[in-house]
Design a protein around this ligand. Structure first.
Ligand SMILES: Cc1ncc(COP(=O)(O)O)c(C=O)c1O
Length: 379
């Protein structure tokens, strides 16, 4: 196990071992550290796991979302319906394209978008829907896909937190037109920073790939071509390439994914059992037909509890905690006049507890005890 965290019990801790160090060493010695063969391997591994034809590895999921929107032709003047309760990267990516995010409220039990509220938000300018699979649990994709089909809209799954989660047996990220994953430090598997756009539509994925490399072919592909040709630039592309140093990490992390998911699901069950004894804490629910991968373990607190004070009390006891995530419609950057009361309530009352693959029974018990003591101290 590599790495240390200043808190006694940190919120998250990625799991790396000697294989990752070995692979990084091998890539450094190979002389090719930019996007190249390791990225291609990582893309193939993720695509195979998810059950889609293609993956494009990029620097993070925010870049993946941006590329997904651009590939679908989202532009200035368009509207995109976005799940409100999410890390603002989801809606930021819409703004990057000059389009407007329109926020849809979420359900209080799964924290995922409420499909019954989508249709009232659709206008002639609406071009796409972005369901977010909150904390690793898939949104109700059958309804999302039906609404998208009836209204001729594209669907981008924000699967930043949900690699390996399934909805009615289908892998998250494989259901919409495009799916976007994150490999940030707090995600199921991590490359430090990293992301991927996935899908099976050749044209969409080719466009995402081309736009991720300035609007040209990557040096690795050009080196392998039979003829030398000078690239021409027709579009404003981006430099969103994932380094092969990080992609090599990703290849090894993929071999651990199923084991990590299994351990975290067991851990989540254990948390839920222990937290049952604390009346003011509502544990997360796994919805029917969903396999939740618990990127984070997020509870909802009784409204009488001052969540921010509770976070500070937990910190005094060596336990790192944080809010679940954000209600986007109240963030000044979006200047939205919409109301999403459930999402707002969740932003105010949610609490992410320490949760990671290598967490033992001792830490789990210590968090629950610290939570009881902290609630007692501020009540
Ligand atoms: C739902 C969601 N979407 C997008 C992102 C952005 O991911 P990244 O940090 O890889 O850009 C995050 C990051 O936390 C997220 O939680």
């Amino acid at each position: 196990m590599v790495g240390r965290c200043p808190m006694e019990i940190p919120l998250a801790r990625p799991y790396f071992d000697s294989e990752e160090l070995q692979e990084i060493g091998r890539v450094l010695q190979s002389g090719w550290v930019s996007k190249g063969p390791e990225s291609a391997r990582f893309e193939a591994e993720v695509a195979k796991y998810v059950g889609v034809k293609h993956g494009v590895a990029v620097v993070n999921c925010t870049a993946a979302l941006h590329l997904a929107l651009l590939s679908l032709g989202i532009k200035k003047g368009d509207e995109v319906v976005v799940s409100d309760y999410t890390f603002p990267a989801t809606a930021h990516a819409v703004l990057y394209c000059g389009a407007r995010p329109v926020f849809v409220d979420v359900l209080p039990d799964t924290y995922n978008l409420d499909p019954s509220k989508i249709e009232e938000l659709i206008s002639p300018r609406t071009k796409a829907l972005i369901p977010v699979h909150a904390f690793g649990q898939p949104a109700r994709m059958d309804e999302v896909m039906r609404i998208a089909k009836e209204n001729d809209l594209s669907v981008i799954e924000d699967a930043a937190c949900s690699l390996g989660a399934t909805y009615q047996g289908k892998q998250s990220g494989s259901i919409g037109d495009l799916g976007c994953f994150s490999f940030h430090a707090r995600k199921g598997i991590s490359t430090g920073e990293g992301g991927m756009v996935v899908g099976s539509d050749d044209e969409l994925l080719e466009r995402a790939r081309y736009l991720s490399v300035f609007g040209m072919k990557a040096a690795w592909e050009r080196e392998r071509a039979d003829e030398y040709s000078v690239p021409e630039f027709h579009d404003v592309g981006y430099n969103y390439k994932l380094s092969d140093v990080l992609a090599a990490l990703g290849v090894i992390q993929m071999t651990r994914l199923n084991e990590i998911i299994k351990a975290k699901r067991d851990l989540a069950r254990r948390y839920t059992d222990l937290l049952d004894a604390i009346e003011q804490v509502q544990s997360p629910l796994e919805a029917e037909g969903c396999k939740h991968v618990y990127q984070s373990y997020v509870v909802v607190l009784d409204e009488a509890i001052n969540r921010n004070r509770l976070i500070m009390e937990l910190k005094k006891r060596g336990v790192q905690a944080q809010i679940g995530t954000y209600a986007c419609h109240v963030q000044p950057v979006y200047a939205s006049k919409q109301k999403c009361p459930v999402s707002r309530m969740l932003m105010d009352r949610s609490l992410a507890l320490p949760f990671y693959y290598s967490m033992g029974e001792k830490e789990l018990g210590a968090v629950v005890e610290a939570l009881k003591a902290s609630i007692g101290a501020i009540s």
